[in-house]
Design a protein around this ligand. Structure first.
Ligand code: KIV
Length: 277
């Protein structure tokens, strides 16, 4: 482990000192390097890669092999950030033994520091079993994209008092089960504030307002690389797609008109050697 590697203790410390925790997704070596060099605390190799990198319509089709492949690329790049591997749909729901084995693969085969799984109180026993096996688990409540169909689509969760109370109970059950951190997606500001104040583990918000202990965004949303749709909670810090397209068009034009490659990109041999060919 590198000397300045972010640890679970450091993340908990940040919550206690009221210092915000930063998290971003990354799915490949060059991006993970940039995110790590920017000093982001935690990198989530999210199953969102299914949509933003692999072109699926949802996160449901993502497989263990796809997740492990991307986690390996990320862990080869990272020195400091704490890496969380996202367990794909049906890798932890069918049985405890399978859940533990799959969670273990993220650590043993892909260099992750922990795993994340979606679900509330009903998943607490799975979290407990994986933690008991020695694998740190980050929980994920609110809008859980893997089961969005059950939630009637991609909607804000916990908007009425009854569903808000259920989410508070879920957060407490997951903390009691041993989760070291909890992602809260698309829930009202007041509810996120209440959960954050009632838990001793850090909360990370995405569409959950500013009172969470930290924030996460999908990298491709932040830099403008995913154009299919942009949720309300996304802030695009740069729109890199038009810049990339401009460069690609310029390349095409220069190849077609003979301006690329120029002499500075070309290898030459001595004239007398060339004449002997
Ligand atoms: O897969 C993912 O990127 C996530 C974040 C949106 C939290 O689960």
């Amino acid at each position: 482990m590198s000397q300045n590697k972010v640890t679970i203790g450091m993340l908990k410390d940040k919550k206690e000192k009221n210092q915000k925790i930063t998290m971003l997704t990354a799915y490949d070596y060059p991006t993970a390097r940039l995110v790590d060099e920017a000093g982001i605390d935690t990198i989530l190799v999210g199953d969102s890669l299914g949509m933003v990198v692999l072109g699926y319509d949802s996160t449901v089709p993502v497989t263990m092999d796809e997740m492990l492949h991307h986690c390996r690329a990320v862990s080869r790049a990272v020195n400091r950030a704490f890496i969380i591997g996202d367990m794909p749909f049906m890798s932890y729901q069918a049985g405890i033994e399978e859940a533990i084995k799959n969670a273990g693969r993220f650590m043993k085969e892909a260099g992750c520091d922990s795993v994340k799984l979606e679900g509330g109180s009903e998943m607490a026993h799975v979290v407990e079993a994986i933690v008991r096996a020695g694998i740190p688990v980050c929980a994920h409540i609110g809008l859980t994209p893997q089961t969005a169909t059950m939630l009637s689509g991609f909607k804000v969760q916990g908007k009425d008092a009854e569903s808000a109370r259920r989410l508070i109970q879920s957060a407490k059950d997951l903390e009691n089960a041993g989760a070291f951190m909890i992602v809260m997606e698309c829930i009202p500001d007041q509810l996120a504030k209440r959960i954050t104040s009632e838990l001793s583990i850090p909360t990370i918000g995405i569409g959950a307002g500013k009172h969470c202990d930290g924030q996460v965004l999908v990298y491709h949303d932040l830099v403008g690389l995913f154009e299919r749709f942009t949720p309300k909670f996304v802030k695009q810090y740069i729109n890199i797609s038009p810049m990339i397209k401009e460069a690609l068009l310029k390349y095409k034009e220069e190849v077609e008109n003979g301006h690329f490659p120029g002499p500075e990109h070309t290898f030459v041999m001595q004239d007398e050697e060339a004449e002997k060919i």
